[in-house]
Ligand binder design. Sequence first.
Ligand SMILES: [Fe+2]
Length: 327
Amino acid sequence: MKKKELNNKHNNFLIFSFLLIIFYILFSCETLDKNLLSNYIINDLDYFSLSTLNDDFGFAISSDPHFFGKNSNLQASINILRTCEKYYLEGRIEKLFILGDFFDIGGLKENWIRFLKLKKEISPNIKILSVIGNHDKYFGGQIFWKNIFGSIKSQDFNYGPSSFIWHYSFKNFHFIGLNLPSGFFNMKPTEIKWIEEELNKIPNEDFIVILSHSFFYSSGYKDISGNWFDNKGNIKNIAPIFANKADLVVSGHNHYMEWIEQDDLVWIIVGAMGGKPDPSPSFITKGSKWFLKDQFGFFLIEIKGEKIHCSFQDQFGNILFHKTLKK
Ligand SMILES: [Fe+2]
């Protein structure tokens, strides 16, 4: 008798959980408020931007803000948005790229609404482009990510066969966004083919930046979920696609800042937009030239004449590390 009662309770619990999931999916499928999104959608009017007027131009890149997370530093994320907005208004940078992991759980609509409101308040003018991170996909969060970053209409921006991969160009600079929230298995053969074709169209003298959430080379640590350093799958299966064309590869996923020189390429880790800093690395990647942890900030690329100035900056815009590249 008791066993039957227990079974009934178990069944009721299963039915309740099932209904909860259905309710959650229906609720999640809603799109985000159009008024909030209007601040976000990039259209052709943006083509005539402030830095189009300048000879010098630049771009800011950061990743893994984990906005509103219990262990995140929201104030640091806000300061980075504020600093980038200031650089944008000064005509110093053209765009801010955020390489995923906006929140701990991307499937919570409330997070995206809070983020859009925050963005409108702190940095209303600068446009953000993004590649998707693993946390953005939790509980179907890609629906919201796509709402914001998957419907950009601009002359200088093209999507591939999915909105998770894209090509943005400004003057002789090209940014290729990859669909790598967790690893090489995320990229479909059609997406890989599109990237190859897109790269082939770019003249050799132009500068190419590859953007991804999960990294290729990185120093890191080991825990029960695996090795959080040198992603062998990405290095073996994805890096050869762009190895002969790209100049710079920028990724997040690891919550560090790192400058790596390996295989005739520069690899940047910049998961420093506010998410809880990762543990001290037990593995140092072979080409590591500079490494910093427990510091929030962003990576800045500034083009001045022939020179490409790259720097890591803290949340207020103070330079932490600087190096000049030449095409
Ligand atoms: Fe993250």
